[in-house]
Design a protein around this ligand. Structure first.
Ligand code: COA
Ligand code: AMP
Length: 628
């Protein structure tokens, strides 16, 4: 069946379509119900089915006689190591760590926070939680202690798993002091912090709270897989929303396993034995779905890369890994290739490697800008460059060119067409469907397919309010875009206060809270502006309190430091300009979209709701002065 028929069938008969996909994985008990609604009225897939995600990802491959196949390759230019783990080895290791978690009193439904660099223990930790029905929440290592504390307070974990340090290019970043601070800041008190000591930096342990990882796992008895319900939670992953408080996207077990298993074949065209590489981080959804769960559930070899696109040691790093491990499908954020392109514009370093194994190049995480698309096309002749669009909330692609179903023609700037299961529409402000080439809000008619989130952890009202209330019956993606005359989808960027910096999703609302907390600042606006390398970076406009006299450079340095300390270095907040006033509507709302266009030099009509149009000219002059 080609793409069009598969897509049509998925919408005409969702239960039949997903029942068949569910039959493609192994259940302890096949679900008696395919789709229904829970007490909150949210759509749920496969209720009553019993399974275990770690068993699907590990044990069943061993039972099927594939124990000697390579499950995980840890490739770490940061530490100069390449290690391979078979399915049998990874299963045994995971069972032992699961037993060690049991030993700390972690059981079904308990939360565990994982704040770790890209080391195999991070993967094992996730799978060990899944094995015993515990719920993991991985926090990206680039987040500062207050962010970790917010997540600890929301997820209320029994245990935090961490490592003594991460390695960024050639810099060792001690993680343990960050964890100590985060744990101290949090109101919820965790029972234990388990620390993987890395040779690059020894962490100080504080007994009895802190435990050494190696001693802990060595003394543990292996734990068996616990059957859980399809609708039981597998993980919480926090993502930026429009407010300062991140949203805990909840993923359940059954829909997730079914969707990811199918996506590996249908979207990425890989199967058991193929080598698949997603060069992301386990702290992001890409890492969850396509470093850990998807490839392992499908029986592929997955790569855990502790390195960067450049300077580890050079801009040929990606080609080296692809060639050395014979990668078939490679997935990375466009920003990573922009970094490669900047250092090796002619792509000369690729010449040293045999990358003939590479059949597909996938990109996502931010818009694939046409120059990067063309650069990839020119330098990877014969390899389809596949842009696909998705979000933490969905856990897998909303739009893609489905390599394993039918490869369609691509159009630069478009992630092609909606994936089966996603009934995508473009709505205008009044909720009417837009015509071809007319830009509006990108929404998906409910139910979302399996794998998508059924709620926000601990706050179902927020799930309803943030995602389902604006256009009842439709999930609001938060992205704006349009479909052309052939139905191709074009995602033009967020229509809310979320920005995307080097593939990292961040909230400008949260940055504003931090900037506004500075004693000299009366009010501020932070918004994303275009950046050639990182896609977007935040820019702040601040209005000083009356009577405050502070040097602008000094203030900027203090604000930059504040944002780093409160949210983390990944924010890349570097510029704060002092202005006399901010452009607002008569009701007091800051005109962020107008500001963004102003800074990017995009023509725009001054909104009729503006309080005082002359402010736009003042701000424009300030920005021109800054640019000069
Ligand atoms: N732990 C600690 N600090 C981290 C970190 C981590 N895991 N990741 C990033 N940082 C720090 C960096 O060291 C840097 O600190 P500095 O300001 O002191 O120099 C800062 O955060 C900004 O990092 P970043 O914007 O990522 O820039 P970079 O130069 O370090 O790396 C890229 C550039 C392109 C390699 C990187 O941004 C990248 O790989 N992005 C892709 C993200 C991704 O995969 N997203 C998922 C969607 S597919
Ligand atoms: P995250 O939840 O971190 O994966 O970020 C999701 C957001 O990243 C989306 O809402 C989009 O704004 C953006 N995004 C992800 N993939 C793409 C893509 N292929 N094209 C355009 N934007 C993308």
């Amino acid at each position: 069946m080609g793409y069009a028929d598969t897509y049509a069938r998925s919408l005409a008969d969702p239960e039949g379509f997903w029942r068949e996909r569910a039959e493609e994985i192994d259940w302890f008990e096949f679900p008696p119900t395919i789709l229904d609604q829970d007490d909150n009225g949210a759509w749920r897939w496969f209720r009553g089915g019993k399974l275990n995600t770690a068993w699907l990802a590990l044990d069943r491959h061993v039972e099927a006689g594939r124990g000697d196949s390579t499950a995980l390759i840890y490739d770490s230019p940061a530490t100069g190591q390449v290690c391979r783990y078979t399915y049998a080895e990874l299963t045994d290791w995971t069972a032992r760590v699961a037993g060690a978690l049991h030993g700390l009193g972690v059981g079904v439904g308990d939360r565990v926070i994982i704040y770790m660099p890209m080391v195999p223990e991070a993967v094992v930790a996730m799978l060990a939680c899944a094995r015993i029905g515990a719920v993991h929440s991985v926090v990206f290592g680039g987040f500062a202690p207050p962010e970790l504390a917010t997540r600890i307070d929301d997820a209320t974990p029994k245990v935090v798993l961490t490592a003594s340090c991460g390695i960024e290019f050639d810099r060792v970043i001690p993680y343990k002091p960050l964890v100590d601070e985060g744990v101290t800041l949090a109101a919820h008190k965790v029972d234990h912090v388990v620390v993987l000591q890395r040779p690059q930096c020894e962490a100080q342990l504080f007994a009895p709270r802190d435990i050494d990882w190696r001693t802990w796992q060595e003394s543990a008895q292996p734990a068996a897989c616990v059957p859980v319900d399809a609708t039981d939670p597998l993980y919480i992953l926090y993502t930026s929303g429009t407010t300062g408080k991140p949203k805990g996207v909840l993923r359940d077990n059954g829909g997730h396993a079914v969707a990811l298993n199918w996506s590996m074949q249908a979207i990425y065209d890989v199967d058991a034995g193929d080598v698949y590489w997603a060069a992301s981080d386990v702290g992001w959804v890409v890492g969850h779905s396509y470093i850990v769960y998807g490839p392992l559930i499908r029986g592929c070899t997955t790569i855990l890369y502790e390195g960067k696109p450049v300077r580890t040691p050079d801009a040929g790093a990606f080609w080296r890994v692809i060639s050395e491990h014979r990668v078939k499908s490679f997935f990375v954020a466009p920003t990573a290739f922009r970094a490669v392109k900047k250092e090796d514009p002619e792509c000369r370093l690729k010449g040293a490697y045999d990358v003939s194994c590479l059949k597909y190049q996938f990109v996502a995480g931010e818009r694939l800008d046409p120059p990067t698309y063309h650069w990839l096309q020119d330098n990877l002749p014969g390899v389809p460059i596949i842009d696909h669009w998705w979000q933490t909330e969905t856990g897998w692609s909303i739009c893609a060119n489905m390599a394993g179903v039918e490869l369609l023609d691509t159009k630069p700037g478009s992630p092609t067409l909606p994936v089966p299961g996603y009934d995508l529409r473009i709505l205008d402000e009044s909720g009417q469907e837009c015509g071809p080439n007319q830009e509006g809000a990108v929404v998906i008619k409910g139910p979302l397919p399996p794998g998508s989130f059924p709620t926000v952890w601990g706050d179902h009202d927020r799930f309803e309010e943030a995602y389902w209330s604006q256009h009842p019956g439709f999930y609001l993606t938060g992205d704006g875009g349009y479909r052309d005359e052939d139905g191709y989808v074009f995602i033009m960027g967020r229509i809310d206060d979320v920005i995307n910096v080097a593939g990292h999703r961040l909230s400008t609302g949260e940055m504003e809270e931090v900037v506004a907390g500075h004693p000299a600042v009366a009010e501020c606006a932070v918004f994303g502006i275009e950046d050639a390398d990182k896609g977007q970076v935040p820019l702040g406009l601040v209005v000083l309190k009356d009577g405050v006299n502070i040097d602008a450079a000094e203030l900027q340095a203090e604000l930059v430091q504040r944002v780093r300390a409160a949210i983390g270095p990944i924010v890349n907040f570097r510029t704060a300009l002092v202005v006399q006033r901010l452009p607002k509507t008569r009701s007091g709302k800051i005109l962020r979209q107008a500001l963004r266009k102003l800074v990017d030099g995009v023509p725009f009509d001054v909104p009729s709701t503006i309080d005082d149009p002359t402010i736009i000219d003042e701000v424009r002059a300030k920005i021109e002065e800054w640019r000069a």
